[in-house]
Structures are given as C-alpha cells and as structure tokens.
Ligand binder design. Structure first.
Ligand SMILES: Cc1cc2nc3c(=O)[nH]c(=O)nc-3n(C[C@H](O)[C@H](O)[C@H](O)COP(=O)(O)OP(=O)(O)OC[C@H]3O[C@@H](n4cnc5c(N)ncnc54)[C@H](O)[C@@H]3O)c2cc1C
Ligand code: SF4
Ligand code: SF4
Length: 434
C-alpha cells in the first residue's frame, strides 16, 4: 500500500455510458471525481455496438465524444485496469476505500503505434471482438480504446522480450506490480453494468458446438461500420449468409437457467440488427423466433413495424433444439406457438439474442456494511419509486444496468438521477461540515 491518500468528492465505479454520464454531470458541477474502470479502456458495452435502436444512429459517433469528454475533463481522474476495494463508511460524511491498480506492463509513454503487436509471436482469442478473431498477447484493446495504450496479457505471455526490443518509446515494463492506494471519498456511484448470458449453458442450442451459431454481440461486431469486419460472414466457411435466424430470450425469462426476468433490450437489438442486415445483405432473408415482442419504449413499436415492412419475418415460436447439417446449415426444431405444432426450418446462420445478467462485483467491494442485492442479484433500490438512485447505504448511489436490465436512453436517465441524488447528498454533507 502506498503511503499517500487520494481525496475525491465522488468515486464513480465503472466507465460505461452510465458511469461516464454521472462523472461528467458531477464534474461539471465542480466536484472532483475519480472514475475507476476495471477494463483497459472506458466505454463499456456501448463502445462495441454497431448502431443503436430505434434511431439507427452510429453507436461510436455517440459514445466516442462522451468518452473523450470524460477523459479530458479537468475534474475527472480516470484509472483503468483498476478496481476499488474495501469501501467503508468512516464517519457520517465519508468513506475510506482502496484503489487497486493492476499492472499493464506498459507505461503511459506508449504512443499506440502497435509495432509491438506485429512482432509478438503469441495469438490468443480476442475478447474485444467476442472471440471472432485472435489478438496478440501485447495489444491495444480496440481501435477507439481510451486510453490508447498497449497492455500485456501476462498470463499468456511467453516472456520472449520481442516487444521490448522493438518498442520505439521504450515503454515495456515487466517490473510493474499491483499498486494499492488509500482513497478518501464523500460519496460512491456504482455503475458497474451487466454481464452477458453464456449460451453454452443451454447445450441444446448448439453454441460452441456449431460454428455458424453466434451471439448477438458477435453480430454487433460484424455490423460495426468501422474496423475490423464491416461485413457479415459465416464463421465456419467465410460464406456470406443468406438466410439468417434470430432466437430471442436466450438466457432471459428462463427459470431453468436461473434468470426469470426479461432483459429488456434483446427484442429491440435483434430487430435493429435484422434491419441492418437487410441493408448489408440485401438478398438475405431474416427470421426472428420470439416468445413475445416487447416494444414498449418510445418509437419501439414503429421500429418493429418498420422491420416487418422491410421484410423481416417474425415467427412466434420456441426453439427447442438446433442441429448442424454437413454443409454447415442449421436445422431449427421449434414449437410454432400460433398452431401448437412442432416444425423444422433451415438457416445458414443463427444468432442467439443472449440476455443480460447482473454483474455482482459490487458485492465484494464493500467492507462493514455490504451493499444489498435485489431478488435478481442487481444493486437493490430500496426506494425505487421515489429515489431510484439510492441504495441500501447512505451516500452510495447506483446508475445504469447495475440496478437492472435497461437500454442506453434509460441508462443515461438513471445516470441523471444518480447525479442529482449525489449532488444533493454532497451539498448536505458539505453544509454539515461548515
Ligand atoms: C448485443 C447488445 C446490443 C445492444 N444494442 C443496444 C441498442 O441498440 N440500443 C440501446 O439503447 N441499448 C442497446 N444495448 C444495451 C446497452 O448495451 C446497455 O444499455 C448499456 O451498455 C448499459 O450501460 P452501463 O454503463 O450501465 O453498463 P456497461 O456498458 O456494462 O458498462 C459498465 C462498465 O463498468 C465496468 N466495470 C464492471 N465491473 C467493474 C468493477 N468491479 N470495477 C470497475 N469497473 C467495472 C465495465 O468494464 C464497463 O466498462 C445492447 C446490449 C447488447 C448486449
Ligand atoms: S514478451 Fe510477451 S507480449 Fe512481448 S512479444 Fe513476447 S509474448 Fe508478446
Ligand atoms: S508498447 Fe511501444 S511498440 Fe507497443 S504500441 Fe506502445 S509505443 Fe508502440
């Protein structure tokens, strides 16, 4: 543990769209913010999306200015590849905590030139492209990462030293160790987001077994207008698909996998992707197998109708099993809910619209009073109707999908609520101290 203590008004934990929004709002009011992000870059899930429903605006065009504003704000200090631990109330007006900075093995002098990436001999799965391709062991996470600094995935590194030899900025540092620093803060905002459901937990749907079954996040990456794909291909043989199926509610509204609730975004993101596919592959047929279509938000119903108008087929059907044919096509066995009959259909690419699950990291961040969970393991909102950003600990607030599944507009709205609640709390704390 370093000797110094860092002092901030607010610790925002999580640098997705919700955390960024809270940090910017409070920083604009003059509060000093520490934004702590576990990943190598801020931006959360949104930075990896193609376009957004229901406007079909480019996700990167919305999120990158927000990421830059957060990174450049004089009142916001960002720590990436870091976590906050042992958050504990020290007095009625403050919290102590520990900032844990994990080693990146590359110093901040990195220019992002990627010469090291070319030379590194080891290739592993690229989690930022959702395993569609590989990446090197030393890598810039993705093209619009912020900060644009390389990192070494030390678990897979063979310590050959090639990156060190070629780096023109001399910034490889294998001696880096974890740094623990004391934090003193007045308030905390938890914006740690969500996790994606792992479809291998439903083996009958064939994910991981048949290559031409992908997740919606993998489709997002293929549809992104920037690098590295900008084209949709079947993973197994690189063929352009022409008959694509979507299966909704994979891991959502499903007691058998322990997640009985609706993920709120899958109906609409699948409808969005279907429309984007109609543009990217004009000759392709797209069929969406659904249980119910939940188009409850502003403009969502029109968006759904628009997809039907474009030729997307919606089948009310529950898919029981997927099997692969020799040519890589997939046979779907499903119950046609309208007729009650079991049917089969053939598609050359299947997309699983995987659900949203809670990220339970917040349960291990606190010491003493623990932050309470709701029935579905999200951050509990004890007064959801009147003060939705309040949590079970006074002075700790929640924003975005850390409190439940929601889309980007709602994540931003809840971030607004968390900012207002936090500012009002800080005003009270500061008045008490004067
Ligand atoms: C396939 C798909 C497509 C989608 N398409 C759309 C769309 O078109 N339109 C739309 O409105 N919504 C869409 N969504 C939903 C959208 O992604 C979410 O609403 C949004 O990303 C929520 O933002 P967030 O900041 O709450 O969470 P996240 O994006 O999950 O960000 C949370 C951040 O916290 C960090 N973090 C996690 N744990 C810790 C920790 N312990 N310490 C520090 N940091 C931590 C994470 O690394 C991450 O950066 C889609 C979702 C999916 C899965
Ligand atoms: S030392 Fe590690 S990161 Fe560097 S080139 Fe060799 S394998 Fe890659
Ligand atoms: S570590 Fe060195 S070689 Fe690699 S991107 Fe950074 S500056 Fe370039």
């Amino acid at each position: 543990m370093t000797e110094k203590t860092l002092n901030y008004d607010v610790a925002v934990i999580g640098g997705g769209i919700a955390g960024e929004e809270v940090a910017i709002n409070l920083a604009n009011l003059g509060y000093k913010i520490i934004l702590v992000e576990k990943d190598y870059s801020i931006g959360g899930k949104m930075i990896h999306l193609s376009k957004v429903f229901p406007t079909l605006d480019c996700a990167a065009c919305i999120t990158t200015p927000k990421v830059s504003e957060t990174a450049r704000h004089p009142n916001i200090t960002i720590y990436t590849n870091s976590e906050v631990k042992n958050i504990e109330k020290t007095s009625i007006n403050g919290f102590s905590a520990e900032l844990v900075q994990h080693p990146r093995f590359v110093t901040d002098d990195c220019t992002g030139c990627q010469i090291c990436e070319d030379k590194c001999p080891v290739v592993v799965h690229d989690e930022y492209q959702f395993d569609l391709v590989g990446r090197k062991v030393i890598f810039i996470p993705f093209s619009i990462a912020n900060p644009r600094i390389a990192a070494i995935d030390i678990e897979n590194c063979i310590l050959c030293g090639l990156c060190e030899k070629v780096c023109p900025a001399d910034c490889i540092d294998f001696s880096q160790e974890e740094i623990r620093t004391s934090l003193s803060i007045k308030s905390v905002v938890v914006a740690t987001g969500f996790q994606l459901f792992d479809p291998t937990l439903i083996p009958r749907l064939g994910f991981g077994q048949y290559k031409n079954i992908i997740t919606a996040m993998q489709m997002e990456r293929q549809l992104v207008p920037t690098r590295p794909f900008n084209t949709v291909l079947r993973p197994k043989d690189g063929k352009m698909p022409d008959n694509i199926a979507y299966i909704l509610c994979v891991g959502s509204r499903d007691e058998t996998v322990g997640n009985p609730i609706c993920s709120q975004v899958c109906c609409m993101y699948s409808t969005k992707q279907a429309q984007l596919l109609m543009g990217a592959l004009p000759m392709a047929d797209v069929t969406i197998y659904y249980i119910n279509i939940r188009a409850f938000g502003k403009g969502f119903c029109e968006f759904y109708q628009q997809a039907i108008g474009m030729g997307v087929e919606f089948i009310k059907g529950k898919v029981g099993r997927i099997e692969e044919k020799e040519n890589g096509n997939l046979i779907l066995r499903y119950e046609d809910i309208e007729t009650g009959k079991v049917k089969e259909s053939e598609h050359d690419l299947v997309v699983l619209s995987v659900g949203i699950l809670s990220n339970t990291d917040f349960t291990s961040m606190f010491k003493g009073d623990l932050l309470e969970q709701d029935d579905f393991d999200y951050v509990k909102q004890p007064d959801e109707l009147c003060c939705p950003a309040k949590t079970s600990i006074e002075g700790v607030f929640v924003a975005g999908t850390a409190s439940g599944p929601m889309d980007i507009p709602d994540s931003i709205l809840t971030a607004g609520a968390a900012s207002a609640e936090t500012a009002s709390y800080l005003r009270r704390v500061n008045n008490n101290n004067n």
